[in-house]
Design a protein around this ligand. Structure first.
Ligand SMILES: *Cc1c(COP(=O)(O)O)cnc(C)c1O
Length: 384
């Protein structure tokens, strides 16, 4: 039940989650049932078979549609499964514009699987609205972007590119994983579809995989529900419940991620061993003004340049509170090396073109005491 008049935190805690009508349980139970009793032919209580729908999953989908301001949401077994479901809107011969610096797995899916079905991709620096305009062809059906990008934190003006897309009947999809709906709501800025890896900030505790597509039209609702039913890459009831639980604290977690993110970015920016910091919250970020306009916070994703692979390695093997690992968006601080981890599959040449150097380090600032994080980074940087 969506009451858009209520605030974000209220909706995060209540939408889709009325107390259980049978028992009064305030939490939506994990419904472990593959099938549902039917009273007579064609008569059921709204559920028939768990690939098609599940009450725990329904609650999460109602909740996420409300938070992103869409008309329906559809959850899948991972962020990649959600993107694959979105691709089923396309037909052979269609053309897609994709941000040139999207999540490595997204580019791998497009370039190594989806191209084999006669769908063409053009990678564009979508921070340049003119480049987006020039890339649109009569066959273009979809544009898929991330803002800010991973790991260089380049922004795309969502409203500007949405306008360009809509002039030419192209749908705009935004991977909103880095910001979460707490800080950025692309649909309010004109996007047609929002996608998330719920694995990251939405779940927030690094304990479950998931993905979501939030749609804005009856066609999205029909198509994405149909893909869930036909291909079966759905989210399990347990993971749906984990994300429902995670989302209840999304607002307070994001506030802390943002507050600590700003402090860590400021600390890195003044540190003599750090050559450059990429964070939209810093006044010298080239798109700081756009960041203030389209996001209500800057989040906690920060990248910084240490100068070389050896420097990055010296830092990464010395951290004690920060954990060296892939992924992001959890309560714990995760630190990673894009060139050899998230962006290894991109290839050396393309990394050089994008500016992903061997000395670049990415940090997802968690919600530990920020002084402990600063002390940890300080002692680790001393090893550089
Ligand atoms: C992690 C991630 C994905 C992929 O999601 P999975 O849940 O790992 O399949 C997609 N986009 C972004 C921005 C991500 O960080």
């Amino acid at each position: 039940m969506t009451k858009a008049t209520q605030g974000f935190s209220t909706r995060a805690i209540h939408d889709g989650q009325e107390p259980d009508p049978l028992t009064g349980a305030v939490n939506v139970p994990i419904y472990l049932s593959s099938t549902y009793a039917q009273e007579e032919i064609g008569k059921n209580k709204g559920h028939e078979y768990a690939r098609v729908s599940n009450p725990t999953r329904d609650a999460l989908e109602t909740n996420l549609a409300s938070l992103e301001g869409g008309t329906s949401a559809h959850v899948f077994g991972s962020g990649m499964a959600a993107i694959m479901a979105m691709v089923t809107m396309l037909r052979s011969g269609d053309h897609v514009i994709c941000g040139e610096n999207v999540y490595g797995g997204t580019a791998r899916l497009f370039n190594q699987i989806v191209v084999n079905y006669g769908i063409e991709f053009t990678y564009v620096d979508t921070s340049d609205v003119g480049a987006v305009r020039r890339a649109i062809k009569p066959e273009t059906k979809l544009m898929h972007i991330e803002t800010p990008t991973n790991p260089l934190m380049t922004l795309t003006d969502i409203r500007a590119v949405a306008d360009v897309c809509h002039e030419r009947d192209v749908e705009l999809s935004v991977d909103n994983t880095f910001m979460s709906p707490y800080f950025q709501r692309p649909i309010e800025l004109g996007a047609d579809i929002v996608m998330h890896s719920t694995t990251k900030f939405l779940n927030g505790h690094s304990d479950g995989l998931g993905g979501v597509l939030v749609g804005t039209t009856p066609k999205h609702k029909e198509q994405f529900a149909f893909v869930q039913k036909c291909t079966g890459g759905i989210l399990s009831p347990f993971e749906s419940w984990l994300i429902l639980r995670g989302v209840k604290t999304l607002a307070v977690r994001m506030k802390q991620h943002d507050e600590s993110g700003r402090k860590v970015a400021a600390f890195l920016a003044q540190h003599s061993k750090v050559r450059q910091v990429f964070y939209p919250g810093l006044a010298d970020h080239p798109q700081h003004e756009l960041a203030k306009k389209q996001m209500s916070g800057f989040g906690s994703m920060i990248s910084f340049e240490t100068g070389s692979l050896a420097n990055a390695n010296a830092l990464l093997k010395s951290v004690r509170v920060c954990t060296l690992g892939e992924s992001l968006g959890g309560v714990e601080t995760l630190i990673s090396h894009p060139a050899t981890m998230t962006h290894a599959a991109v290839g050396e040449k393309e990394r050089a073109r994008l500016g992903i150097t061997d000395g670049l380090v990415r940090i997802s600032v968690g919600i530990e005491d920020v002084d402990d994080l600063l002390a940890d980074l300080d002692q680790a940087l001393a090893q550089v």
